[in-house]
Design a protein around this ligand. Structure first.
Ligand code: 6GU
Length: 241
């Protein structure tokens, strides 16, 4: 997969070259290009923002600069999917991460201030698929940290990036539930024993216990997830939840 990121703070994206993702880049599973938006400014001040029409606080990023940047970065044989992180976007979920992991090319446009002139998104949408996405119900200063989050969630789904591909199947959300607790040695730690069933060797009982833990945790922490599941998502042994 090829990923391009356009930002006024290229150094913010450096963490993507560390650890797991750095190894994926070194191994050629992922290519990452980070572009400084100011490359597409032509005035002496390299201005990327201006005051909003209609008044109000903050600044809006200029359409001319973004338009040229995206024309150049989105060009090429493979038409990318354009992702614009914004708190006003649709929720980024594990299902969206799987969609993105199936793409050949992603381009991220990081806005700062009060966002990017809407005409940039509307114009790009006539040529490429554009998603305005939010990573949660809180407000960040800009899209850069959201890109770190989204790229990490997507890259770990790419074939070969994780050591053990089976671990995806147990991810929280893969069955619509939160994942339950995990334990490792020692058997007793600070007077707290590991649940007996996990040491029983009874795999059916372990699977059932894990399912019950996931259901209970989801009920307590994210009842909205349970409510969204279709009836077929439950088996006859699931307790009333
Ligand atoms: Cl994607 N961007 C910004 N600036 N703030 C956010 C966000 C994105 N998602 C949640 N808050």
């Amino acid at each position: 997969m090829r990923i391009d990121v356009v930002t006024i703070f290229p150094e913010y994206l450096e963490p993507l070259r560390a650890a797991l993702l750095g190894r994926a880049i070194d191994r050629g599973l992922l290519s990452l290009d980070v572009h400084d938006l100011r490359k597409w400014t032509y005035d002496v001040h390299k201005a990327v923002d201006d005051s909003p029409y209609g008044g109000g606080p903050g600044m809006v990023m200029k359409p001319q600069v973004w338009g040229e940047a995206l024309d150049e970065v989105c060009a090429g044989d493979v038409v990318p999917r354009l992702v614009v992180p914004t708190p006003a976007g649709r929720p980024f979920t594990q299902a969206v991460a799987h969609e993105y992991a199936a793409e050949e090319r992603l381009v991220f446009a990081c806005g700062r201030y009060e966002g990017i002139d809407q005409r940039v998104v509307d114009d790009a949408a006539t040529r490429v698929r554009v998603d305005e996405v939010s990573i949660g119900d809180y407000v960040l200063v800009g899209g850069e940290v959201a890109v770190l989050v989204i790229v990490e969630a997507v890259a770990r789904l790419l074939p070969g990036v994780l050591g053990n591909p089976a671990s995806h199947q147990q991810d929280s959300f893969s069955d619509g539930l939160l994942e339950g607790p995990s334990y490792t040695r020692p058997e007793v730690w600070r007077d707290r024993p590991v649940p007996d069933v996990l040491r029983s060797g009874n795999h059916a009982a372990i699977t059932r216990w894990r399912r019950d833990q996931a259901l209970e945790r989801t009920r307590a922490r994210r009842p909205d997830l349970l409510a969204a599941l279709p009836p077929e998502a439950f088996d006859k042994h699931d307790r009333a939840v």
